[in-house]
Design a protein around this ligand. Sequence first.
Ligand SMILES: Cc1cc2nc3c(=O)[nH]c(=O)nc-3n(C[C@H](O)[C@H](O)[C@H](O)COP(=O)(O)O)c2cc1C
Ligand code: SF4
Length: 543
Amino acid sequence: MTPTDQDLCNRWKDEPAPLLPLLHAFHDRDEHLSDEALRGISDTLRIPLADLHGTVSFYHHFSRTPGGKRAPRVCDGPICKLNGCDELLDELEGATAMPCAGRCDEPVAVIQGDRYLVGTPGGALQESPTLQPAPNPGGAEECCFAHVRTSGRATLTGYLETGGYAALERAREMTHEEVLDVVDASGLAGRGGAGFPTARKWRAVREAEGGPKTIICNADEGEPGCFKDRVLMDHDPHAVLEGMAIAGHATGAERGFIYLRYEYPHTQVILEQAVEEAREVLGEFKVCVRRGAGAYICGEETSLLNSLEGKHPFPRNRPPYPVTHGFEDTPTAVNNVETLASVAPILAKGAEWYAGLGHGEHKGTKIISLSGDVMRPGNYEVPIGLPLTTLLNDWAGGQREGRSFQAVTMAGLSGGFLGAEDLDATLDEPCLRAKGSFLGAGGVMVFDDTRDIVEVARQAMSFFAHESCGKCFPCRIGTERISERLSGEAGPVEAGAWKDEIHAIGHVMSETSACGLGIAAPLITESLLEKFPEEVDAHLAKR
Ligand SMILES: Cc1cc2nc3c(=O)[nH]c(=O)nc-3n(C[C@H](O)[C@H](O)[C@H](O)COP(=O)(O)O)c2cc1C
Ligand code: SF4
């Protein structure tokens, strides 16, 4: 029987972080959010209707028109652009574009309702095959991916059979201080982008006053070119839960949330099943899965917190930081999926083992989502410090016949471009920062010599303009102004003045933006101007 409005409201109103699941419940039932539904939700959760309208319209995927949920959404991320998403958009009736959907190693990604499809122009849409992660080509020892290809690992039985939850048991026999010391000695740092030392974050939560304390798994994975967290959650969900529970023990948190991006509907099912199965093992530590609704900025941790709390998902001003004033103003550790999935192996095998996986003085591993113009795109868990050329050529098979390397983006889009002169780079923060970039969440997109790199930069900046939350003007206006200049719609026509203006806007953005989006976005144009001056001049000469 179809649930009534009242049934839906009663189901969710007393649950933690109820707004998103309640909106999804109406959206799933009615295939859009009607005015009546919003009025009912506003009354139930006591959120002013005007605020609720503002919040709902912020997300890309909540439709306000009947049947809107069923309309196909076609990924127009940088790699799907190479694979013909624009043609596919024209072919599919009623289709709209969505930013990178985290499937860059497959044909063009399409979401229709809760179905995950892939397509190529001129062909029929197909169910996306849940690809098993590729075998480890480099032979280097893995941490997070060590069991990700083991069949059955996603079930509790399969997980227990392969040593799962033993690290949690061991952690619970240790004091929180001992757990923090192991994580500290391992050198584990955040894998979501900012690289903050994990043990320091957890210690700050442990020492913060107030409660209840919270662990949040950031599974928003909105950075174009990143699709590693999806693979970890799809194939090894209990590893993420075990990491969260160990984090709970170390910090004194008894509740956790997984904030999952909208674009991974099948992953929600896998995670919810894993949470259900693991209830007994997790004990006092309670985990809820909450699905976002499409907004890149919701991966920024304070925006994520506002989204979970049912507020407009603007990033918060800091300080105070989430470690003292996070979810509902309580001490909170927000950690990336990969960070959390690294924790149980570290506890099981020891800090020295993990630290020793890195090359030279670098500690640990990083999953790189590699896509674009290489023979074997996919996720690769690399020792930190691995030469970029080893990954591109030896592990991923290099370029297609007759093509040569032109550029890679780093940190998805946020780290800007590296060019041919940077092929001596190693995959670690000190080296990449010296080259004006950073490793971040580990998305590496490859562009060969046939690609128009100025056009890639234009698309990147228009992604940032689209996803800028608009809270602060340097980013809101700057991303638009740079996009207009890259597309030739506005700005000086004389090359020197054009470049000066791009630099000037980028400088203001990186110096004055309120969060990482506006600070990082100009790296795209700065690296374009620095590493591809001839391509830029040729582009300007054509205008
Ligand atoms: C615009 C923006 C988007 C972000 N998106 C993500 C994301 O999708 N997933 C993620 O884990 N971190 C993301 N981050 C980083 C988070 O703010 C935060 O640093 C991270 O979740 C902390 O976890 P970690 O220490 O384990 O990396 C983003 C940051 C910014 C500025
Ligand atoms: S930098 Fe951009 S995304 Fe971040 S708060 Fe400002 S407007 Fe929003």
